[in-house]
Every structure is written in C-alpha cells, then in structure tokens.
Design a protein around this ligand. Structure first.
Ligand SMILES: C[S@@+](CC[C@H](N)C(=O)[O-])C[C@H]1O[C@@H](n2cnc3c(N)ncnc32)[C@H](O)[C@@H]1O
Length: 319
C-alpha cells in the first residue's frame, strides 16, 4: 500500500479544485468523504469538540458554508459552488498540514449547541462539565439533581475559565446567578471577554485575571465549577500535535497532574456557602485523587463520553 510521509504532506500546496476534478466532488457529503480520507491518511488526532474524522469533516464543511452543524443533514446532498469548494479544500489542507485543531482554523467551536469564539490563546472547549450542568444540576429537587433549585443559585465561580464557555453555560443554566470567572492568562481573559460580550452577559459575568482564588477576596459561592489543568508529566510528554497547538498552561498539572487540583481543594471551603458545592474535572486521575484525599466523600460523575472524570463534593463534606 502506498504511504504518504508527514514531510511530503506538509510540503505540498493545497490541491487545486480543478485538479481534484470538478464533477467528482459535488455535494457536501462528497467533500466530507474527501476530508475524511485526507484526515485518515494523515493520521490526525480528534479530541477537540469533534470526536472522529466524520464529525470533524462535517464541522469544517458547515463552517466553510456558514451553516450550523445541525443543518448538515438537510443539505448533505446539496451542491457546493466552486468558490465554496475551494474554501473547504483549503481548510482540509490546513488541518492536515498544520495539525491545528479545526476550531482554531475557523475560530469557532460549539459546546452544548452554542457557538464560542476560540483562538490559540485558549484551549478548545470540551469539558464534560457542560453536559453535567444539564444532567445533574436541573434543580427543582428532581431525582439525581445535586442542587435543590437552580433558580435559587445566586453566586457561581468558574475557576480556570479559559474561553469563558462554562461561565456562559452556567449563566444560562442558573438564571438568577451572578458569576465570577478567573483565569491566570491574559490572553484567555481577553477571549472570555469577547465571548461574554457576544452573549450579552457583561452584566452577569465578571472576569478576573489571577491565580485561582487570589482575585476574589472572601467572596463565597453557591457553586464552584472548575476544569483546571490536570495532565501529568507523562501525559504532557505524549500530547498529540493538536494539543501542543493549545496553551501549555491549560494542561500542565505538574508531576502527578494534581498541583492545581490540590490547591483548589485546599482553598475551596473558604469560598463556599454552607449549602454550596464544588464540581471539578480531573480527567483520568480518579484513582490518584481518591488516594490523595481518602477523607473526602467525592461523588464521581459520568457523562455520555466519560466515566468518573469529574467529581462533586458538597461544602459540608469539604470541611
Ligand atoms: C483546561 S483549561 C479550561 C478552560 C475552560 N474552563 C474550558 O473548560 O474549556 C484550564 C485553564 O486554567 C487556566 N489556569 C491555569 N493555571 C491557573 C491558575 N493557577 N489560576 C487560574 N487559572 C489557571 C489556564 O490558563 C486555562 O485557561
């Protein structure tokens, strides 16, 4: 079987649509098929909001055509104009040659159906907490809900906010809450400010640049949500090129991955109301966290695509 070396792919200019044979690639689904073939050929990694080559190709095709991803099926067999085809081919070529996440190429990603602006100053949003806000924080006292009433949540803190995605989802989910969102990176705060502005939430979400709880004084919260850096040294060394295009600060959790998580667990009790709680994503380090904090009754939560990568702990159990 013929193989294409990475160097050969990188050095190649984007193929001209004429060369690909207009008449061969006609419809949206044709272009998706073409993109998937190129992605497979280049052995790309998929972990940035689109779980596999088909979803990623459909996302890029939709972005090139200014369609919401949910509109893909309606137009799958519609024809693409020559100009649109060129844009798609160029995006596919960039994805394969730069190995940057697709979201950076189009400065956009969808999370829970909502669009967010992203660029290389922030990690591409993909936190499981977005889904958990819907599945476990429904409020109204419903079975399985971790809070009694989502409309009674008044203050939320999003630690390590990055693009601001979780703060914005929380603002939608807790309609009466004001939200503080913190990140140590100036670039991240600038991106978050843009997203918060685009959702018209400047009046409800305050952004703070600083180290974890440092910019917050003694403020107490009903809910702290956090997706901190939690990759250990071994994981950092093995990150695929796509993740190396993202800020190191967003991943690096120190030797065992728990440097930031330890500090959050130490200081969170001083920032929670008595009926409050903390929800924290830690990736695959569950065993390590359980070992490091045997005294804490952490509740491990599952999502559609994850098992025990996020924990919840009530303020009363934290200390
Ligand atoms: C895994 S990203 C999460 C971003 C966003 N919440 C999300 O889910 O997409 C972690 C974020 O934590 C920030 N960060 C790292 N260390 C921090 C610290 N000591 N204090 C505040 N933010 C920190 C990074 O800049 C990065 O934006």
């Amino acid at each position: 079987m013929a193989t294409t070396s990475k160097k050969a792919v990188r050095g190649r200019a984007a193929p001209k649509l004429a060369k690909l044979g207009r008449g061969e690639l006609l419809t949206l689904i044709d272009f998706v098929r073409y993109a998937v073939s190129r992605f497979n050929e280049a052995k790309l990694a998929f972990a940035h909001g689109t779980p596999d080559p088909v979803a990623e190709a459909a996302f890029l095709v939709c972005e090139a055509l200014h369609l919401h991803p949910e509109q893909f099926e309606i137009f799958a067999n519609a024809r693409v104009t020559t100009a649109e085809g060129r844009t798609i081919i160029d995006l596919v070529h960039q994805r394969v040659t730069t190995r940057k996440p697709a979201a950076y190429l189009v400065n956009k990603i969808y999370m829970r159906g909502l669009p967010f602006y992203v660029d290389e100053r922030v990690i591409v949003p993909r936190s499981f907490i977005g889904e958990l806000l819907e599945s476990h924080f429904g409020g109204d006292g419903e079975a399985g809900s971790l809070i009694d009433d989502s409309s009674a949540v008044e203050r939320v803190l999003d630690l390590c906010t990055g693009s601001g995605c979780l703060a914005i989802l929380a603002a939608h989910h807790f309609p009466n809450a004001t939200i503080d969102a913190v990140d140590i990176s100036k670039g991240a705060i600038d991106v978050a400010r843009r997203n918060v502005g685009e959702y018209g939430l400047d009046g409800r979400i305050s952004l703070h640049r600083g180290d974890l709880f440092a910019p917050l004084g003694n403020t107490k919260y009903d809910l702290i949500i956090t997706n901190p850096p939690y990759v250990d040294a071994e994981g950092m060394a093995a990150l695929p090129p796509e993740c190396r295009a993202e800020p190191k600060l967003a991943f690096d959790g120190g030797a065992d991955g728990l440097d930031v998580v330890r500090r959050i667990l130490r200081d969170a009790p001083g920032h929670l109301t008595p009926h409050g709680g903390l929800i924290c994503e830690i990736g695959r380090g569950r065993e390590l966290v359980d070992e490091a904090f045997p005294e804490l009754p952490l509740l491990w939560l599952d999502t559609e695509d994850s098992e025990g990568e996020v924990f919840w702990i009530a303020a009363t159990d934290l200390g």
